[in-house]
Ligand binder design. Structure first.
Ligand code: SF4
Ligand code: SF4
Length: 190
């Protein structure tokens, strides 16, 4: 039977914790597992690991489990956990760091959430703000549900909630430069 190399597992876990810290500014060892984040999280009910459990996976060096869990894709970045945490841990940033790392490794269990994020950023880069109608149509087509929301379209259009043509902001170049800078710094914008 293959023996577990605890020393190697610990070193790998520490390397990963350092990486998460470099991206998010959070030292996962600071979490004392009180669970206040989970108690306030509006999407914890749908997660496979609650926010507190995600922190525990990282503390234990269970990198693969953390990177493959659905929770990191379901996190809405509402920051309720951050506001409630007695240790001021910014869990949304930890979730984001995990999502970027997971995506880089090809672990994308929530394909539609990933697609929506990409299309949202694409629209903001192009117009300086999101074009809601284009985003909805594009997302529905590319996620294989072309008629989803079709019934809502006329009502939203007549109420002026969505527009057929995209409106560009005044200085769209500034937004494009932000995207270029993020890419230059190795950031994830698609
Ligand atoms: S609220 Fe903060 S300290 Fe408590 S479990 Fe969540 S992250 Fe850890
Ligand atoms: S930021 Fe994410 S993990 Fe934190 S409360 Fe909001 S949805 Fe939950």
């Amino acid at each position: 039977m293959e023996r577990l190399n605890l020393s190697a597992a610990f070193t790998e876990g520490q390397d990963f914790r350092d990486k998460i810290k470099a991206f998010s500014g959070v030292d996962v060892k600071d979490c004392y597992q009180c669970g206040k984040c989970t108690a306030g999280c509006p999407v914890a009910f749908a997660m496979d690991y609650t926010p507190r459990q995600v922190m525990r996976l990282l503390q234990l060096g269970l990198k693969e489990e953390a990177l493959k869990c659905r929770s990191i894709w379901l996190c809405a970045h509402c920051e309720t956990c951050y506001a409630r945490c007695p240790k001021e841990i910014d869990l949304a940033k930890v979730m984001e760091a995990l999502r970027i790392e997971a995506k880089g490794l090809g672990y994308v269990p929530e394909k539609n959430i990933n697609l929506f994020n990409d299309l949202f950023l694409e629209s903001v880069e192009k117009y300086g703000r999101v074009h809601e109608m284009g985003l909805i149509l594009n997302f529905n087509l590319r996620s294989g549900q072309p008629f989803k929301d079709a019934g809502l379209g006329p009502k939203l259009l007549s109420n002026g909630k969505i527009h057929i043509t995209a409106e560009k902001i005044e200085d769209n170049g500034a937004v494009k430069r932000i995207f270029e800078n993020v890419r230059r710094m190795g950031g994830e914008v698609e």
